[in-house]
Design a protein around this ligand. Sequence first.
Ligand SMILES: Cc1ncc(COP(=O)(O)O)c(C=O)c1O
Length: 415
Amino acid sequence: MNVPLLDLNRQYDSIKDEIDEAIQEVVDSQYFILGPAVEKFEEEVADYCGVKHAIGVASGTDAIKLALQAVGIGEGEDDKVITSPFTYFATAGSIVNAGAEPVFVDIKPDTFNLDPVALEELLTTNHSLQTEAKAIVPVHLYGQMADMDEIMEVADEYDLAVIEDAAQAIGAEYRTESGHVASGQWPVDGTEGKLASDDENSSLNEFPQATGNEQQAYKAGSIGHAGCFSFFPTKNLGGYGDGGMVTTDDDELAEKVRMLRLHGSKEKYFNEMVGHNSRLDALQAAVLSAKLPHLDEWSQRRRENAKKYNERLADVEGITTPVVEDDRNHIYHQYTIRVGDGKRDGLQQDLNENGVGNKIYYPLSLHQQGCFEYLGYEEGDLPVSEKAAEEVISLPAFPELKDEEIEYVCGVIAT
Ligand SMILES: Cc1ncc(COP(=O)(O)O)c(C=O)c1O
């Protein structure tokens, strides 16, 4: 049997008429860049994420860069931005392209997300960083949100902007009592945005543990000062090309991102700053609008697939299945297991030989990338991230995966 890591044809087959019609409408309109289809999709994403503004840009990479620039990153000569070393390269690449230096903080071994204790420790002990650090970019890796309460608290203490890298986490939720939403340097004028728990669709989002009424669920991209999404085709909400989005409750920040995506102009041919060409195109927006109503159901199916894997792999020696925090709702952009005792590469070979799609996200911690040698990190500096790079492997978990395929994958792993 061959089991692909992801089969987008199955998704297209299930909604072909909706997609074809959406594309045809854009072709008929001959309006290809920004315009009504993009505005409609922006409103839908703002509503879905529970924020005031959603601004369509050319990619997730640009979303991070533009959001950082919109909060002033790159204006100072020594600006530093703190992030996770265990993420796709774009997170740190965007920090550099925004004009700052990345500073890596190690991750938690169970969820692979930025460790808030290590974050606090670094800021407490590194006095120059206290003035040079301007922002934190937490990454909601694999589809589970980072420890946002703790991260927002540290950000408040040190006056840092928080730009969520939610590229892998659209629709993921975080329950909190704190109401700690984008306070600090960029106050939201008392407009907290719509709670994800107000959304009738969120009944689809089961939390692993029942939570008290006083807690509210916030969607990824609605807690920090801005959230950044990718619509790369393989994402849970994927376009038919590149695309990205910045979400925020802050009017001023939203306006800056809108200008930055259009060469720094509010009014065409009048430029107040030097920006970029980073516009979402109408074909992507139309495809994504057609897909968005299906997203929660797709995420639910991913969760069901994860549950089946968890049960089947529970007793397989040396394998650790994903850990989901009690107050969080995973959307399983990736179903990623840990394989201990140096056995990961052998398992990958078995999977490859038996036709099972798989991928290692990510084989090298970012502080060890050649392009970041100038930052001066050494092997052993971020041990949790380095170990994760040696042990993780992602398995097929896409919504249309069949039970017999999961069974087959587990059989290959167990033998
Ligand atoms: C964590 C993370 N950040 C940023 C990006 C960049 O998004 P894009 O590929 O749309 O530029 C991606 C996806 O590719 C990602 O997974």
